[in-house]
Design a protein around this ligand. Structure first.
Ligand SMILES: *Cc1c(COP(=O)(O)O)cnc(C)c1O
Length: 369
């Protein structure tokens, strides 16, 4: 029988940890001899880092990335001692010692970060591990070309650092034909040649599919692990990971001409049956899905009609004919027929945003692991 919390929840989110593991294996197979990290920032893209990271570890993953130091501190107890945990945003002034205390490895993104890290390693009298990031064209994080000049002229500035990887990040990797990719690859190779020898870390999910030139020693996929398509315009080789089921709370028949929802933005062209489901934009079911998204039940597509409210969404369930969903039953808001990327397209965004918006009110189920 249903868990009572599940029975009382407005929606149920099922995260298939076995699918995440299968996706990890697929990426690792594509990478050949290159190691494969797991990017579990933003609570593993909204799916629960404390559950996802151990599932990846069970597949042999030993490198994990988060964005913030506090995410790393929260995740560290869920990882074994032989796993490395890296912080993409590096270490902010004043918290270097916290990094060391929690065995967290920063990605150093600037000369001041390098200097703070070498300073701490000198005062502790031991080499501290770090990744060094160079900017190769995204202008977001990492050493600029100017900072690279300064560092190349004064490599002793890295003394005291156990340089685990030199890394950079691709801006346009999901578009395989984009000219930025080859340009960034060339700049990454140049940067590595000017730095002390260290393994390279370059590809995100999509970068893995750009081919072996982009693989180097460690890849850093996130989204593909969670089922998001890595290559724009190509069939998705990844397994779906997320199912979001919303609960039907009321069903009503409306006459032709009836308006639905705030603003009356949808008018029934003919008599219709409307189901109200207890998921709304407060749950990350984005408001942009109003009059554009669709839920599914069995093989039937149930269009969103009207705008998405804070706690509810209205569906035209006329397609179910004599079998309307009973109050308390569920429809799929994300699932086999409407995977994350399809929901994202209807919402005018990317799968990453759909996943990381997933709400805190859902009852969460984990399969496998
Ligand atoms: C988020 C992130 C990743 C993972 O990217 P995906 O596209 O989700 O695979 C890798 N590297 C950096 C620097 C990131 O910020």
């Amino acid at each position: 029988m249903l868990d009572t919390r599940e029975a009382s929840a407005g929606a149920v989110l099922t995260v298939d940890l076995d699918a995440i593991r299968a996706n990890y294996r697929l990426l690792r197979d594509r990478l050949g001899g290159t190691a494969c990290a797991g990017v579990v920032k933003a609570d593993a893209y909204g799916l629960g880092a404390s559950r996802v990271a151990p599932a990846l570890a069970a597949e042999g993953c030993r490198h994990f990335f988060v964005a913030h130091l506090d995410e790393a501190i929260a995740l560290r107890p869920h990882l074994s001692d032989d796993a490395d945990l890296f912080v993409l945003h590096g270490v902010m002034p004043g918290v270097e010692a916290d990094c060391v205390a929690h065995r967290i490895i920063p990605v150093l993104n600037s000369l001041p970060q390098i200097d703070a890290w070498t300073g701490l390693s000198r005062s502790l009298g031991r080499r501290l591990p770090a990744i060094l990031q160079v900017d190769t064209g995204m202008s977001r994080l990492g050493l600029s070309a100017r900072e690279m000049e300064i560092l190349a002229a004064d490599p002793a500035r890295l003394d005291g650092i156990d340089l685990r990887f030199v890394m950079s990040h691709l801006a346009c990797a999901e578009q395989q034909g984009h000219g930025m990719n080859a340009g960034q690859l060339a700049r990454f190779r140049e940067a590595r040649a000017r730095l002390p020898a260290a393994p390279g870390c370059f590809a995100n999910s999509s970068g893995i599919f750009l081919g072996p030139d982009y693989h180097f020693d460690l890849a850093r996929p996130g989204a593909a692990l969670y089922g998001v398509a890595p290559v724009a315009g190509a069939p998705n080789p990844m397994r779906g990971v997320v199912r979001l089921q919303g609960r039907v709370i009321q069903v009503r028949d409306v006459e032709a001409g009836a308006r639905v929802g705030y603003g009356g933005t949808w008018t029934a062209p003919a008599p219709a049956r409307i189901a109200t489901v207890s998921v709304g934009y407060a749950d990350g079911y984005l408001r942009s899905l109003g009059n554009r998204g669709a839920a599914w039940r069995g093989g039937a597509r149930l269009p969103v009609v009207g705008v998405v409210s804070m706690d509810t969404v209205t569906l035209d369930v006329s397609a179910l004919g004599d079998h309307p969903p009973a109050p308390g039953s569920m429809v799929d808001l994300i699932g086999e027929h409407n995977p994350v990327d399809a929901v994202a397209e209807a919402a005018g965004t990317i799968g990453y945003e759909i996943l990381t918006s997933l709400g805190g009110r859902y009852f969460r189920h984990y399969l496998g692991g």
